[in-house]
Design a protein around this ligand. Structure first.
Ligand code: AR6
Length: 167
């Protein structure tokens, strides 16, 4: 059975098969976790990203990890929060599903997610973590993955994940 757990820390330090990047649609780097991943990976990452032609909201694309301890980076574009009635939950769920599916497709067994859309894109944390946990749990009912990690960058997100995982 696949393990789903929460860890506090910096996703760029994790030695897993794939880390997920909360990217922007141009995939060329930015603030938040995206900036941290590009800084840690080095210039090879943006060079490969330039060849990908961007990424639509709710979709995901994969690159190698370059100087990161992780083997691969799965770049997904979360929805910008506009109040919740513009398809945000479905788009956020799609980010998790498509990222998990890409990991499986590439035979990657361990994957770590940041709290997609919970920073610059303004998604309310408790609502976002409920989408993340329920979508991942549903996906893991039938999957070949060994471990999924939810990475909390601060205590507020850590507490929200812990509460969602108890439910
Ligand atoms: N490790 C783990 N989580 C982190 C890290 C880290 N090193 N750094 C930040 N976080 P954000 P978004 C958390 O803003 O809301 C960029 O400009 C952070 O605390 O990175 O999806 C992109 O290019 C928050 O909980 O992503 C896009 O344009 C979570 O990561 C846009 O921001 C996501 O926050 C994407 O916005």
């Amino acid at each position: 059975m696949t393990r789903l757990s929460v860890v506090k820390g910096d996703i760029t330090k994790l030695k897993v098969d794939a880390i997920v990047n909360a990217a922007g649609p141009d995939l060329l780097g930015g603030a938040g976790v995206d900036g941290a991943i590009h800084r840690a990976a080095g210039p090879g990452l943006v060079a490969q990203c330039r060849t990908l032609g961007g990424c639509e909201t709710g979709e995901a694309k994969i690159t190698t990890g370059y100087r990161l301890p992780a083997t691969a980076v799965i770049h997904t574009v979360g929805p910008i929060w506009h109040g919740g009635d513009q398809g945000e939950p479905e788009l956020l769920a799609s980010c998790y599903r498509k990222s998990l599916a890409l990991a499986e497709q590439y035979d990657l067994k361990t994957i770590a997610f940041p709290a997609i859309s919970c920073g610059v894109y303004g998604y309310p944390i408790s609502e976002a973590v409920d989408v993340a946990v329920s979508t991942i749990r549903e996906y893991l009912e039938d999957s070949k993955l060994d471990e999924v990690l939810l990475v909390a960058f601060n205590d507020e997100i850590l507490a929200a994940y812990e509460q969602a995982l108890e439910g």
